[in-house]
Design a protein around this ligand. Structure first.
Ligand SMILES: *[C@@H]1O[C@H](CO)[C@@H](O)[C@H](O)[C@H]1NC(C)=O
Ligand SMILES: *[C@@H]1O[C@H](CO)[C@@H](O)[C@H](O)[C@H]1NC(C)=O
Ligand SMILES: *[C@@H]1O[C@H](CO)[C@@H](O)[C@H](O)[C@H]1NC(C)=O
Ligand SMILES: *[C@@H]1O[C@H](CO)[C@@H](O)[C@H](O)[C@H]1NC(C)=O
Ligand SMILES: *[C@@H]1O[C@H](CO)[C@@H](O)[C@H](O)[C@H]1NC(C)=O
Ligand SMILES: *[C@@H]1O[C@H](CO)[C@@H](O)[C@H](O)[C@H]1NC(C)=O
Length: 906
């Protein structure tokens, strides 16, 4: 730390030379405080300490009286010509009047001031002392000098022996002859009030003579001064007569000082300080203003310096006016929080020096005012700058502007208070941005996805985020609190809804919920039932961070049966996820699947078992009410959804039909009106329930006799190829017949004249001797096979050509899928205008077929000769109509396609 010290001293010396002052006799010990500087400014010695009092330090100033230091109490300082001012950060300026007490005055020319500064830091024992000795030379004393310092008024005048005293008294009443000097003072308040020097000193006044001058000093607001408004400016006035006894007699000096205590006008950006142009208490006759100067902090400024800082000094008829822009760097701003509202003040200490000459007496007066000014508190409500870009998913908030003496301590969130450090640790970036002029703004970034943010959804897909914070500031150094509350909102269409997907296997639905942005914040309903924890367990709920799955058996209570076919059941599961607060449905899924279910079993020994299922369309059905044709045949078992029938082929009203090589046993499960019991089981709105039970038995020719022989025993033997035969008609996606539309693809959309490829298959038969023949196929606009209008496609097993469209049979050959081509039939046709009204753009078409299953081992006759093989029939194809065919001994089946939507325009 050696280097800065030397530098500092060097700077000081240069500064003092520059001011044209005498060689400084300055001593700083034991260690210089950073920025301790003594200089001479006119009739004052100025001592500047930078931040000496920061952090609550206490400063004591002692003046050297000969060899002894005397503590300058505020009262003694005001009495003796010392003043001290500190800003809130401890920057201190001490002025010593060169005519003050304790100074070493050599002929009013060289004046030495010795001061000791004691800085108490944390405790009275932790003290740093600085000794300052400064000699100032001042030779330009005016005949009369008036000084208005911060805490006192001082007036001095030239005192030439025998020359200029106002009165010459011959006797000195009441004093001993040998005591010379001031012995009495008479104050004018304006009433005269006399006291001897000692009394006056006890009252706080000071009066003394120097080599050439007589000096009187009074603190402000003493009993013997008075206030007077001069041109509207309040002034404090001291008028006193000094009785001075000298060797050669008694002199009386009349002295007067008048100092302004007001005269300020403030605007937002300007301070106007009005000093009366004629300080009437000081003047007898007319005067001439010879010179005037303004200064700052006791130091006179020249015109260029004033212009550079925007200061302005001018005269009007009644005033000398000093104008200072608020914010000039010579002063300082300070924050305040009256009623916790942010305010600032600005403080500056201008100086005014006026030099005037009395017209009559030609007497000169130098008048100097040091005048600290602080503006009234100016409200500066902090602004809030919301720089949030919602897409960034964080709040970005700026609060400002604050002076440098404001510090952010903590931030109160809805969840609690965090210090700045804790906020940063939580990931809320808190920053202070300092501008060049020392003011700053604070910013905070708070991500949307934290617990201090309140979220709500005004719409299904929109989230509104709310940030509520209170900034806790302190104003330094006094640590007063200042709070600033801010609430911000941002909305973002950022909600990702949960999605439901599902698949099925042989016996279960698999439902997968992919969680959306709200996580698992939803309720689930499966088939109308809330997914309670018990149900979730039953459905083997499994979840990870992103998905949840359940497995629902197709026969679970949550599922609905839609359709029953001989070998499958179509069950549907409705899954719904919804917001429990808003009741918004977030996602839904209606998943219908075919599950293999053999409802009918035909045993070789003639036993038939059949399962009846309650489908959704008959909601009021109680399966236990179902019977076979013989109403005495009731279910062997039943529950609320199923009824199981077991009966032998010769009972329960089972009908038997013989075909060439087959026997068909047929019964029907139905809800018959039981008039005897007087019960009506069906609700009028329910469709009729009817489920056909059929068993086909291939008759082994070699055992026909045995069969007939045993027919009485109702034991049909049908080991060969026993079981059910079903047919399916599917629409292929193209002519390759490799891919087919699935049940869920219906209605299939097609365009006019786009070919449709149909395949009809005899499924679930392992018998290679069976062949499938398409007898009649036709199209309708309605689902019902018999609805009108209808258009022929295949008539009497032959492709129908006419009306400008053609049906084409496509050959079936062996491939991966097809092992027995005879069990398949393929045909194609072009979508045509099935409409009557041309304006119909879109409508549905159903294709229906009657078909025949033939046994290729038996002699072929009739239709079983082959597809369009019967020429006799072929010849009359156009005349043959559906339903005209008489029953034959072959097995007939019926089949229909699902809806195909036809678009008229491509
Ligand atoms: C200052 O010193 C003088 C001379 O030593 C002494 O008479 C006077 O009382 C002292 N003043 C104070 C205030 O102690
Ligand atoms: C300081 O600078 C900032 C930014 O330029 C400005 O907004 C603010 O008003 C200035 N404050 C003062 C006291 O000059
Ligand atoms: C937060 O800071 C303010 C201002 O300094 C203060 O008044 C308040 O007590 C602080 N709160 C907590 C919990 O620290
Ligand atoms: C969560 O489960 C889903 C569905 O079961 C799965 O696709 C996903 O990979 C799993 N994620 C993790 C992180 O395990
Ligand atoms: C017929 O066969 C089935 C299956 O093997 C058997 O369950 C049933 O009891 C038999 N019925 C008779 C009457 O033997
Ligand atoms: C008919 O049954 C007999 C005896 O069970 C068997 O040998 C014969 O192969 C069967 N015929 C056919 C065509 O399956």
């Amino acid at each position: 730390m050696q280097q800065p010290k030397r530098l500092f001293l060097w700077n000081l010396i240069v500064a003092l030379f520059a001011l044209g002052q005498a060689w400084p006799n300055m001593m700083i010990s034991p260690q210089p405080s950073s920025g301790l500087k003594a200089d001479c400014v006119g009739n004052l010695m100025r001592l500047t300490l930078d931040e000496a009092l920061a952090l609550g330090n206490q400063l004591e100033v002692e003046a050297l009286n000969g060899t002894q230091y005397i503590l300058l109490t505020p009262r003694l300082a005001a009495q003796c010509g010392y003043s001290m001012e500190s800003d809130p950060w401890g920057n201190t300026r001490i002025y010593t009047s060169l005519l003050g007490c304790f100074v070493q005055n050599k002929d009013d020319m060289m004046i030495g001031v010795g001061l000791k500064l004691k800085i108490y830091r944390h405790s009275p024992s932790d003290v740093i002392s600085h000794h300052v000795a400064q000699t100032c030379s001042y030779t330009r004393w005016a005949p009369r000098e008036i000084l208005c310092d911060r805490n006192y008024m001082e007036v001095s005048r030239y005192m030439a022996p025998h020359a200029e005293e106002d009165f010459q008294l011959n006797t000195i009443p009441g004093t001993s002859e040998d005591v010379s000097g001031i012995w009495k003072m008479t104050f004018f308040t304006p009433e005269p009030m006399s006291m001897v020097l000692k009394e006056a000193q006890q009252a706080g006044y000071s009066a003394m003579t120097t080599a050439t001058r007589v000096v009187v000093r009074s603190p402000y607001n003493t009993a013997e001064t008075y206030s007077e408004a001069v041109a509207g400016v309040p002034m404090e006035v001291l008028k006193v007569s000094i009785y001075h006894k000298a060797q050669d007699g008694l002199s009386v000096f009349n002295l007067a000082a008048a100092c302004p205590t007001g005269g300020l006008l403030f605007t937002e950006d300007l301070i106007s300080w009005h000093v009366p142009r004629r300080v009437t208490p000081l003047l007898d006759g007319s005067i001439r203003l010879v010179e005037m100067n303004m200064g700052i902090n006791g130091l006179r400024l020249d015109k260029a310096q004033m212009a550079a800082k925007g200061y302005y000094l001018y005269i009007t008829d009644f005033y000398i006016i000093v104008e200072i822009p608020i914010g000039s760097p010579d002063g300082y701003y300070k924050s305040h929080a009256p009623d916790f509202q942010y305010h600032i003040t600005y403080t500056i200490e201008p100086m005014l020096e006026v030099f005037w000459r009395a017209d009559q007496t030609q007497q000169d007066t130098r008048y100097k005012i040091l005048f600290p000014i602080t503006t009234p508190p100016m409200p500066r409500p902090p602004y809030t700058d919301d720089r949030t870009v919602p897409e960034m998913r964080e709040f970005n908030l700026y609060v400002g502007t604050f002076l440098h003496d404001v510090e952010l301590r903590n931030i109160t969130f809805t969840t609690g208070v965090l210090t700045v450090e804790e906020s940063n640790a939580r990931g809320f970036t808190v920053q202070q941005h300092v501008f060049d002029n020392g003011t700053s703004v604070f910013s905070i970034k708070v991500p949307f996805d934290t617990d201090v943010i309140f979220k709500h959804n005004p719409e299904v897909l929109v989230t509104t985020y709310t940030l509520s914070v209170v900034f806790g500031f302190v104003i330094l150094p006094e640590e007063s609190s200042l709070a600033h509350a801010v609430e911000l909102q941002a909305s973002l269409q950022d909600v990702v809804l949960p999605t439901l997907t599902g698949t099925c296997d042989q016996d279960q639905f698999y439902i997968i919920v992919k969680y959306g942005s709200q996580g698992t914040n939803f309720n689930t309903m499966v088939g109308g039932l809330d997914l309670t924890p018990e149900l979730a367990e039953a459905y083997k709920f499994k979840g990870n961070a992103t998905h949840g799955t359940i497995k629902v058996p197709y026969a679970a209570t949550s599922s609905a049966f839609e359709l029953i076919t001989t070998n499958s059941i179509r069950a549907r599961l409705d899954v719904l996820v919804w917001d429990p607060i808003t009741n918004w449905i977030l996602s839904d899924l209606f998943l219908a699947c075919y599950f293999p279910l053999t409802t009918t079993r035909c045993y070789p020994n003639g036993t038939i078992s059949a399962l009846a299922v309650k489908v959704q369309s008959v909601p009021n059905l109680d399966p236990s009410w179902l019977t076979l044709k013989d109403q005495s045949c009731t279910p062997v078992s039943s529950n609320d959804r199923f009824a199981q029938f077991i009966f032998s082929a010769d009972s329960c009203g089972t009908t038997r039909t013989f075909f060439d090589n087959y026997m068909m046993y047929e019964n029907e499960i139905s809800l018959y009106y039981n008039t005897e019991k007087g019960l009506t089981h069906t609700s009028p709105v329910d469709p009729e329930y009817s489920q056909t039970v059929s068993c086909y038995y291939v008759v082994n020719a070699t055992q026909t006799i045995a069969f007939h022989a045993k027919s009485r025993l109702y034991e049909p033997k049908a080991e060969i190829g026993s079981g059910q035969m079903t047919v399916q008609m599917r629409l292929a996606t193209d002519s390759s017949y490799q891919d087919f539309y699935e049940a869920e693809d219906y209605p299939v959309e097609k365009y006019l004249r786009e070919p449709l490829y149909f395949e009809v298959e005899l499924v679930q038969s392992t018998d290679p001797h069976l062949a499938l023949i398409l007898d009649n196929c036709w199209a309708t606009l309605q689902k019902e096979r018999t609805s009108l209008p209808s258009w022929d496609i295949i008539v009497a097993s032959c492709a129908y050509s006419g009306d400008g469209y053609a049906t084409v049979f496509n050959t079936v050959s062996v491939d991966d899928r097809v092992s027995v081509p005879s069990r398949y039939k393929r045909f194609s046709m072009k979508m045509f205008a099935f409409i009557q009204e041309k304006q119909v753009l879109k409508h549905e078409v159903y294709v229906h077929c009657d078909l025949v299953i033939c046994d290729t081992t038996s002699p072929a006759e009739g239709i079983c000769q082959g597809q369009c093989a019967n020429l006799a029939v072929k010849g009359t194809a156009k005349q043959m109509r559906r339903g005209q065919r008489s029953t034959t001994s072959t097995h007939q089946k019926q089949i229909s396609s699902g809806p195909i939507t036809m678009n008229s325009f491509q």
